[in-house]
Structure formats: structure tokens, C-alpha cells
Design a protein around this ligand. Structure first.
Ligand code: F6R
Length: 616
């Protein structure tokens, strides 16, 4: 949620940190701050608002130091004020800290520190953590090995309950930095005579592609131009340096007005990447090396459980539909946040799947851990390589969709749908699906990127429709079977970026309640299937029309609606049923995007939202 960037090297720390913060701003953005060690002290600037505001204030100061830490905040403890923004400085002025996460026992620690004479300027749990480090630092003797700061951070963290990703510097040790994580992502970028601590790869990618993904319970100590990693219980760790496969250009806006639009247009490439190298040589099924399970293992599985949050949960619903339809294996779908607490009874031979773009969503991670604790094998469908969920699962499928910066998920979602469709095929071919049907299915999926491109060519026409509907404050999205999750997704997209109230429903459910909402002021977006349910959905549309409701219909080419039934029609290419949810998603993304733009909303940074939700 919040973002961390810490720099130690030969360059001006403030410039590198501000660039990194700008790239992290999508994670959380109610305030931002930085601290630079210089002139035997520390200069701290922290301001509510965006990183640009912080940059403007930083430009007025002389910030020449080469070591610093910085932060963008998404408030948890304490309101949005300059004082509550990070970095925090201990009341003895020595320890400076940025922190992502939540310290659950901060009240008790604060009471203890007050008795020891420490003062507090903010309402945050972070300032408590900062003063606790200062307390241990004051008690820790110099040991000749240069590990006094590291040892005090380690001691502090052993008293802390909760989650954290932290970066710490000390005014008495101007060439050192300590960082640590538990439950909050943190990476170390290893550059040319420089090290960068960050909560996300995008913050460091312009400096280096060499990264160490820190694990929970690890601390990194950067000093004398090098670094060491150890655990809370004092075990040394040999670092593994990974290479990030995407470049800084992948995370740039280019010619697009918003990341969301850029990412909508990147979908053909993201879908190609989801499929690349994953079809069998005979072209009749998919292959997933990363699942680490044999066909014989799969034959033992009598149920899949899929969990996720938000948009990923909608992908789970599509996976459920496709797996049950094509492989005839029961699938259960649960919100990750519910699964972890409801102590669900699971079948003995169930296989557990989580879906997470970021691989860091705390609810999804907790659900994964809960399922593993119960002894289930857990697979992950993730976009971010090296993320916590990807690492902690027993196997999985990487999406390879490239970085997704826009807060509203777009290309990651359709890529999850593609992987779900391929996975359904994979298990279906181990059960009853014939070779010929498998070949048809594969050929149909291979055509999806080109078909998405054809929908994207209608973007201007969809924008025109969107502008005409931007004035409405309530919307319904209606679909059936595999299009019902897309109705939910359409409603979620519209809600989160345009702040319009929208609901997704199975089209036939409409008459059991939501139809009461229908008036000239509440338009409906219908996702119309072909085949046996076409006429049923047309009947639902008639019911809306009879009540003067306006209708936008998304239909397949070749399907004819009764004259005048829909006020506006968007067509998508005819396709295999496994591809339908992917194609139907693109128009609802474009509609939501253009409605939000027409209403003047900040599409990439919607209010109250952050890209990666790492707190409960
Ligand atoms: C909505 C959206 C969120 C995420 C959810 C899970 O557009 O992006 O609903 O889908 O927060 O995030 P990940 O997939 O990173 O676990």
C-alpha cells in the first residue's frame, strides 16, 4: 500500500528517491516524505498530498547527502497530516525510520517508552517503532564489528507484533542502512556502487535490474559498499540476486493519457505472453511446468478451491465456470479474506489455488498460509515474479503480463482469464475432452489477441457512448454464466474509478429485486451471450425497456437484437465460449475508463484506493 525507497550510494539520494517515489505513487498516496543524512544530522521533509508536492518542497532545500530513506503513505494509524507522514525521527534525534505495515502492540510499547522519557509527535505506530529502535540503540554497546544499528533493529523487531517493511538510518552512522520485512514486501536493488531498498521493483528499475527479494523475517544491513542478510534469529543468509525481466520502458506512460488506458491496449500482448510456450506440441492441450504436479497427481484431485480478492475473485468465478463446464471437476470459490477466518471444511483431495496480480495482497497470502497449514497443496496464479505469494506457494503459473501500474486492474485480469481458460483445458484433456475438441479450443484461444485488437479498434466509438452515459449516477451490469463475473467486474471498474454506484447481477436475478432500481436514470449494461441463453437475456432486456431503462448491449457479431431494444450496441467478434469472458471484458473496461475521464476523475489514482493491499 505505502511505498518505500531508500538509497545508499554515490549519487544525490534525494533525486533518486523522489524518482522512485513517483513510480511508487500508485501504491498509496495521501502523503509523502524523505530524510537525507547530511552535515552530521538529518534533513526531513514530509508533506500531505502527492509526490510532486514533496518534490516542490525538496527543491527549496539543499539536499546533497548520499544516504536517505523515503515513503509514500496510505494512512492506517492516524489521520493524513504532515506529522503522521513518514519518515519518523526518534525523540533523541538519532534514528530515522520509514515503515509499511501495522504494529499491533504499539499501544503497550508506547506506554513503556513514555516511562523511559521518549516523546511522540504523531499518532502513528511507526513513531513508536522508531523510538523502540532508539531505545535499544542507546542500550546497545559499540561492538567493533559495526553491527550496533543492525543489532538494535533486530532486538526491536523481536518485541514487535504485526507486519512491517522498514528502512532505518541513524545520524551517528551516516554510511549504513538497515531494512527488514515481515508481511510487507521489500526488495534490495544492487546497482553500480549503490544499493536501493524499495517496496516494489518499479522504484528501482531505472537504476538496476539486479534485485534480492527479501523474505519474511530477514534483515539486510548495507554498509561499506556491500550488504549482508541475516534472519531475526541470527542466521546468515546467502543472498540470491535475481534479474528483473522487464525494463523501465514497460513502466512508462508513453503516449497514453493514463496507465489504465495503456494497460487496456497492452492486452493483446499480455494475452500472447500468457499463452507463450504453454501449448502442447500436438496443439490439443496446455502445459504448465510450474505446477510441479503430474497427470497422475491431477487424477487424484476431486475439487479445486480458488480464492482471491477484488478483480482476482472475479477471475476465480470464471475459472469455476470453465473448469466445471469443460473438465467436470467441482470448483469452490471463496473470498480470501473470508476463507482465512471461516474455517471452511475442505475435501481431502482438494487442490488450492490463489490468484493475485501483485502476489502481495495480505488477505490472499493469509488464505494461502491457512490452506498450507491444513496440509493442502497450494498453487498461485501471479503476475509479479518473486512476490511473496509466488514464493510461498507449492507451484504456480506466472502471468507474464508485464507491470500493471494503473490501480484498476485490466490486463492482469484478462491474463488471469486466459490462464484460467488454459488450465480448464489442461484438466479437461486429462478427463473427458477429446483430442479434436482440444485442438479447437487451443485454436480458439490463439485467436483471442487478434480479436481483442479488433475490439480496441472500436475504442473511439465506445468513448462516444461512454460520454453520453457519464451523467448517470447508478448503473446495472447484467450477464449470465461466464458473463456474470464480467458483469461484476464491469460494475467494480466503474465504481472504483468514477465513483458511480454500480452493481453486477446475473441477468435473470434482476427481476428478483434490482429491477426496482430501473428508471430512465439508471442505465443497464447487458453482456449478451449467444446460444441457448440469448433469448432469455433478450427477455430480461425487454423487462428493462418496458420500465424506460436505457440499455447498452455488448453482443457477439452475428447476433441480432430486436429493433430498438438496445439504445447503444457494442459488438465483439464471435468466439469459442472459453474466450467469451475475455472478449466481453474489454468493452466494459473502455466504458468505465471513458466515463471516469468524462467525469474528470483521476483514473490512475482513484480516491481511497491503493494498488496493492498489504494490510488487513
Ligand atoms: C480492482 C483491483 C483490486 C485487486 C485486488 C487484489 O481493479 O485491482 O480489486 O484485484 O486488490 O489484488 P491482487 O490481484 O494484487 O492480489
Amino acid at each position: 500500500m505505502c511505498g518505500i525507497v531508500g538509497y545508499i550510494g554515490k549519487q544525490k539520494a534525494s533525486s533518486i528517491m523522489l524518482e522512485g517515489l513517483k513510480r511508487l505513487e500508485y501504491r498509496g498516496y495521501d502523503s509523502a516524505g524523505l530524510a537525507v543524512l547530511q552535515n552530521d544530522g538529518v534533513t526531513v521533509i514530509k508533506k500531505i498530498g502527492r509526490v510532486d508536492n514533496l518534490s516542490a518542497h525538496a527543491a527549496k532545500q539543499k539536499l546533497s547527502g548520499h544516504v536517505g530513506i523515503s515513503h509514500t503513505r496510505w494512512a492506517t494509524h492516524g489521520g493524513v497530516t504532515d506529522a503522521n507522514a513518514h519518515p519518523h525521527v526518534s525523540s533523541d534525534g538519532k534514528i530515522v525510520l520509514v515503515h509499511n505495515g501495522v504494529i499491533e502492540n504499539y499501544v503497550a510499547i508506547k506506554k513503556f517508552l513514555l516511562t523511559k522519557g521518549y516523546d511522540f509527535e504523531s499518532e502513528t505506530d511507526t513513531e513508536v517503532l522508531c523510538n523502540l529502535i532508539a531505545y535499544h540503540y542507546a542500550k546497545e554497546p559499540e561492538n567493533g564489528e559495526g553491527t550496533r544499528l543492525l543489532d538494535s533493529v533486530r532486538k526491536t523487531l523481536s518485541h514487535v507484533e504485526g507486519t512491517y517493511g522498514i528502512a532505518v538510518v541513524c545520524t551517528e552512522r551516516p554510511d549504513e542502512m538497515v531494512a527488514a520485512r515481515k508481511g510487507s514486501p521489500l526488495i534490495l536493488g544492487v546497482g553500480d556502487h549503490e544499493h536501493i531498498i524499495a517496496s516494489d521493483v518499479s522504484a528501482i528499475i531505472s537504476r538496476t535490474q539486479n534485485v534480492v527479494y527479501l523474505k519474511d523475517g530477514e534483515l539486510v544491513h548495507i554498509a561499506k559498499g556491500g550488504f549482508t542478510i541475516s534472519t531475526l534469529d541470527l542466521t546468515d543468509v546467502s543472498p540470491v540476486i535475481d534479474t528483473v525481466t522487464w525494463s523501465v520502458d514497460d513502466a512508462e506512460l508513453g503516449d497514453h493519457d493514463h496507465y489504465m488506458l495503456k494497460e487496456i491496449f497492452e492486452q493483446p500482448a499480455a494475452l500472447e505472453n500468457a499463452m507463450r510456450g504453454r501449448f502442447s506440441a500436438d496443439g490439443s492441450t496446455a502445459n504448465f511446468g510450474g505446477l510441479n504436479l503430474t497427470a497422475a497427481d491431477f487424477r487424484q484431485i476431486d475439487r479445486f478451491v480458488f480464492t482471491s480478492c477484488g478483480t482476482g475473485w472475479h477471475a476465480c468465478l470464471v475459472a469455476e465456470h470453465l473448469i466445471e463446464r469443460y473438465a467436470r471437476i467441482p470448483v469452490e470459490v471463496d473470498y480470501a479474506s473470508e476463507f482465512r477466518y471461516r474455517n471452511a471444511p475442505l475435501d481431502r483431495d482438494a487442490l488450492f489455488f490463489v490468484i493475485s496480480q501483485s502476489g502481495e495482497t495480505i488477505d490472499t497470502l493469509a488464505a494461502l498460509r491457512e490452506a498450507k497449514r491444513k496440509g493442502y497443496k497450494c498453487m498461485a496464479i501471479c503476475n509479479v515474479v518473486g512476490s511473496t505469494i509466488a514464493r510461498e506457494s507449492d507451484g504456480g503459473i506466472y502471468q507474464h503480463a508485464g507491470p500493471e501500474i494503473g490501480v484498476a486492474s485490466t490486463k492482469a485480469f484478462t491474463s488471469q482469464l486466459m490462464i484460467s481458460a488454459m488450465f480448464a483445458l489442461y484438466v479437461a484433456r486429462m478427463r473427458d475432452m477429446s483430442f479434436a475438441d482440444g485442438v479447437d479450443y487451443v485454436n480458439a484461444l490463439k485467436q483471442v489477441p487478434a480479436k481483442v485488437t479488433r475490439i480496441l479498434q472500436q475504442a473511439d466509438a465506445i468513448a462516444d457512448i461512454a460520454r453520453r452515459y457519464a451523467k448517470y449516477n447508478d448503473f446495472l451490469f447484467l450477464g449470465r454464466l461466464s458473463l456474470f463475473p464480467i458483469a461484476l467486474e464491469g460494475a467494480l471498474k466503474l465504481k472504483e474509478i468514477s465513483y458511480i454506484h454500480a452493481e453486477g447481477y446475473p441477468a435473470a436475478e434482476m427481476k428478483h429485486g434490482p429491477i426496482a432500481l430501473i428508471s430512465e436514470e439508471c442505465p443497464s449494461v447487458f453482456l449478451v451471450p449467444k446460444g441457448e441463453l440469448f433469448n432469455k437475456v433478450v427477455s430480461s432486456m425487454q423487462e428493462i425497456k418496458a420500465r424506460k431503462g436505457r440499455i447498452i448491449a455488448i453482443i457477439l457479431e452475428g447476433c441480432e437484437l430486436p429493433e430498438g431494444l438496445a439504445d447503444d450496441v457494442i459488438t465483439i467478434p464471435d468466439c469459442h465460449d472459453a474466450a467469451l469472458p475475455i472478449l466481453a471484458t474489454v468493452p466494459v473496461q473502455l466504458l468505465s475508463y471513458h466515463i471516469a475521464v468524462a467525469r474528470g476523475c483521476d483514473v490512475d489514482k482513484p480516491r481511497n484506493l491503493a494498488k496493492s493491499v498489504t494490510v488487513e
